[in-house]
Ligand binder design. Structure first.
Ligand SMILES: Nc1ncnc2c1ncn2[C@@H]1O[C@H](COP(=O)(O)OP(=O)(O)OP(=O)(O)O)[C@@H](O)[C@H]1O
Ligand SMILES: [Mg+2]
Length: 345
């Protein structure tokens, strides 16, 4: 089944550079092209996206594709460090700078000199610390805590957040000057439910990875299992998919990957107050794909291909859910021949 129309040589080039980033949906590809464009510059990049969409993976790719590759890649998760330790974690401190500062400490900015600093969960950086961060980004200089000596550094910053910084600025929870300084080149990673074409290839990839790691051969992923994966809403995005495949490989026997979503599928009760039932989420996915394809069911750009389903399966599902085109269907409904029959590994 054809999901994309990027020329073969272009595809190979992208595959080499983003080896571990799996997927070929137009949405992911356009994010990767932005990575390629910005990586060789020294500009600050702000990676945005829901949890588990691959923000950290992208931050690594930016570093690896830049001239700084081979120099340090230093990471700090701003949400994981207690408020009062964050400043010294970022900028370091001298011995005796504060109670408990028994030795000198080098901060992450200094560690990342000539390389890349990845500040994860930047939305969690306390307001009180934001002016100091702005200064180091603008002036490229800072002082360790307890020291008057100014250090000059050459650090490329990649920041990430799942929060809406714009909204935080409006609520006065994030400084607008820092926001504009960070937002030089934003890259938005779409949630998995908006790039369902990537699901089959991600499923195959993780099934192979875990099968090899656990020494448990997986020969086949049944079409109905794949279908359930494609139609699921994936609130935890790629991380959730990865974890579910790991569980499925553990549970597998006979070389067949079991469906780790059976309880939900057999019992269309509310998944969570916000998500609605599986039927709701299936209906929404199908309608979204139909709208995106202009209600064309079959063919390479059709809704069936977008969902990774057989044309006949999609038509049957539409019937079952009572989905039909809001205007009379004309002869632009195309019927392709290619059928999807699960994935053999
Ligand atoms: N396109 C992809 N191809 C392969 N693996 C992926 C892809 N996207 C994400 N992953 C994997 O999913 C997991 C989550 O990715 P990552 O940690 O980069 O997400 P994140 O956006 O930083 O999430 P969070 O906001 O929760 O920190 C990782 O194990 C990562 O390797
Ligand atoms: Mg992350």
């Amino acid at each position: 089944m054809e999901y994309n129309r990027v020329p073969q040589n272009e595809q190979n080039r992208l595959q080499c550079q983003f080896e571990q980033i799996i997927g070929h949906s137009p949405a992911l590809k356009s994010a990767l092209l932005e990575v390629e464009q910005v990586a060789p510059t020294d500009s600050t990049v702000l990676v945005l996206g829901e949890t588990g969409t691959g923000k950290e993976l992208i931050a690594h790719a930016i570093h690896n594709l830049s001239a700084r590759c081979g120099r340090p890649f230093v990471k700090l998760n701003c949400a994981a460090i207690p408020f009062d330790l964050l400043e010294s974690e970022l900028f370091g401190h001298e011995k005796g700078a504060f109670t408990g500062a028994v030795t000198q400490k080098i901060g992450r900015f200094e560690m990342a000199d000539k390389g890349t600093l990845f500040l994860d969960e930047i939305g969690d950086i306390p307001l009180a610390l934001q002016p100091k961060l702005l200064r180091v980004l603008q002036e490229k200089e800072f002082e360790r805590l307890g020291s008057g000596r100014t250090h000059r550094i050459d650090v490329r910053l990649v920041a990430a957040t799942h929060r809406d910084l714009n909204e935080m600025v409006a609520r006065n929870e994030f400084r607008s000057d820092l926001y504009y300084r960070l937002n030089v080149f934003p890259i938005l990673l779409p949630p998995l439910r908006e790039r369902r074409q990537d699901i089959p290839v991600l499923v195959t990839h993780f099934a192979k990875t875990f099968s090899q790691r656990m020494g448990k051969p997986i020969r086949q992923i049944p079409p109905e299992t794949l279908e359930a994966f494609i139609l699921y809403s994936w609130p935890g995005n790629v991380r959730e998919l990865q974890n579910l495949i790991e569980r499925a490989v553990i549970r597998s026997n006979d070389g067949v990957l079991p469906n780790p979503l059976p309880a939900v599928e057999n019992n269309p009760v509310t998944l969570s107050p916000k998500q609605g039932t599986l039927t709701d989420s299936t209906r929404a996915s199908i309608l979204q794909a139909l709208r995106a394809s202009g209600w064309v069911v079959a063919g390479p750009g059709g809704a069936a291909a977008r969902l990774g389903l057989k044309r006949t399966t999609l038509i049957a599902k539409m019937k079952k859910l009572g989905i039909s085109r809001p205007v009379p269907i004309s002869n632009d409904v195309q019927f392709g021949e290619d059928e999807n029959s699960g994935v053999a590994l």
